[in-house]
Design a protein around this ligand. Structure first.
Ligand SMILES: [Zn+2]
Length: 78
């Protein structure tokens, strides 16, 4: 136990494999730990994608893991 700090032993996954919805190209990206990334530019076809309706960021829409804030939300219910 650390003093003066909230005990947060939840460690979000920060690496996501995102799939371009335009061309299907997949690449590994590092996600910002406590921010949502709204735009994703495919490094293959250069298309810029936005989140699907209801999703907070492109990782929630197109990657294999949710963004860190959503991971925290879905695991930290208590
Ligand atoms: Zn693409």
């Amino acid at each position: 136990m650390r003093d003066g700090e909230q005990v947060l032993d939840f460690e979000p996954i920060l690496t996501a494999a995102i799939t371009c919805p335009v061309c299907g190209f997949q690449e590994a990206l590092t996600m910002p730990e406590d921010a949502c990334q709204f735009l994703y530019q495919c490094s293959s076809c250069q298309a810029v994608s936005r989140p699907l309706a209801g999703d907070c960021c492109v990782f929630c829409s197109y990657a294999d893991v949710l963004c860190p804030p959503m991971q925290r939300e879905s695991s930290g219910q208590d």
